[in-house]
Design a binder for this molecule. Structure first.
Ligand SMILES: C[S@@+](CC[C@H](N)C(=O)[O-])C[C@H]1O[C@@H](n2cnc3c(N)ncnc32)[C@H](O)[C@@H]1O
Length: 295
């Protein structure tokens, strides 16, 4: 006779995706639970095939035969948990992705703050899921278009991501020439420089790089800085999170924005939850923090 427990364990040990490695519903549930608790990533079972294909290369790299073995490895090994999260997320990004955000940043935030900054006032920007750095450097080049002497002003751009590999790439600031095509030509000529011995790449010059500080940061953890920021870019990351987590992140971001400051989000994202009381839509996927509201 089969008991309920046996029935449920028979169901959970049934292959969810068939392929080179055994991958059961129980393995999927274990991976989804770790992804959620580590990085806020929401994985419905409809993503099983995607999860399988993204993680199969990790099993091959580690010489493992089943997802059950992989789950044990991930539970015991913090570094593999990081590799798992990196494999499950995408780092796709571009210079001046959604160019209207950079126009908004220049016209609505930077230019109105010109006198404040030129008389010694601070300007703080944050790229909250910066991937390999194209977003914060696009912010830096926009800043330099308004303040060519930005490096001598109290201007800082914080660039954070949970994946240490993309953060290291961003710090280096070196990109293939094909990737640079979307940078306006005058900015490219002014702020990018050749890389000795590598004719296929260019590097963001020291002045622009000096404006940006790259740090590892998981948006689900604590944020060890106070802000407030004049503008935050948090684009194409909360799409991984469930609705409650998204609302929580919008609220925390809103609390980090200066009155009148801006939040820029991804093209398929919308601010939701309590943050809708303090953030007002101001253009395509751009929001402004209303003045005078309690945090
Ligand atoms: C698609 S990229 C977006 C890059 C850039 N913001 C853009 O829109 O072009 C998403 C980035 O979010 C990062 N990410 C995913 N979950 C995160 C989390 N919990 N905390 C911080 N970064 C996270 C990934 O590592 C990845 O680099």
């Amino acid at each position: 006779m089969i008991t309920a427990v046996q029935r449920s364990s028979a169901k959970s040990s049934k292959a969810l995706v068939t392929g080179e490695f055994e991958f059961s519903a129980a393995d999927f549930a274990a991976i989804a639970e770790i992804a959620k608790s580590e990085a806020g990533i929401d994985l419905p079972e409809s993503k099983a095939t995607l999860v399988y294909s993204r993680l199969a290369k990790r099993l091959r790299a580690l010489g493992l035969g089943t997802f059950a073995e992989y789950c044990s490895t991930v539970r015991e090994n913090e570094s593999e948990r990081g590799s798992m999260i990196a494999a499950l997320t995408t780092n796709v990004t571009r210079f001046f992705r959604e160019p209207h955000h950079f126009d908004h940043l220049r016209k609505a935030i930077l230019e109105p703050l010109a006198d404040h900054v030129r008389s010694g006032g601070r300007l703080r920007l944050w790229s909250a899921a910066c991937s390999t750095g194209q977003e914060p450097y696009s912010m830096a080049l926009t800043v330099l278009s308004v303040f060519p002497d930005a490096a001598e002003r109290d201007i800082r751009i914080l660039a954070t991501d949970l994946n240490p590999h993309v953060v290291a790439h961003g710090k280096k600031g070196q990109y293939r020439k094909e990737e640079l095509a979307e940078i306006p030509k005058d900015m490219r000529t002014k702020w990018l420089e050749p890389v000795p011995g590598d004719t296929g790449s260019m590097r963001v010059c020291d002045t622009a790089r000096s404006l940006v500080s790259f740090r590892e940061l998981n948006l689900m953890g604590s944020w060890p800085f106070k802000g407030p920021f004049n503008a935050i870019f948090c684009r194409n990351v909360v799409i991984y999170f469930d609705r409650d987590t998204q609302a929580m992140i919008w609220r925390r971001l809103s609390n980090m924005i200066e009155d009148g400051g801006a939040l820029y989000i991804g093209h398929s994202e919308r601010v939701s939850g309590p943050a809708t009381n303090s953030l007002q839509a101001d253009g395509i996927t751009s929001y402004r923090k209303k003045a005078g509201l309690p945090q």
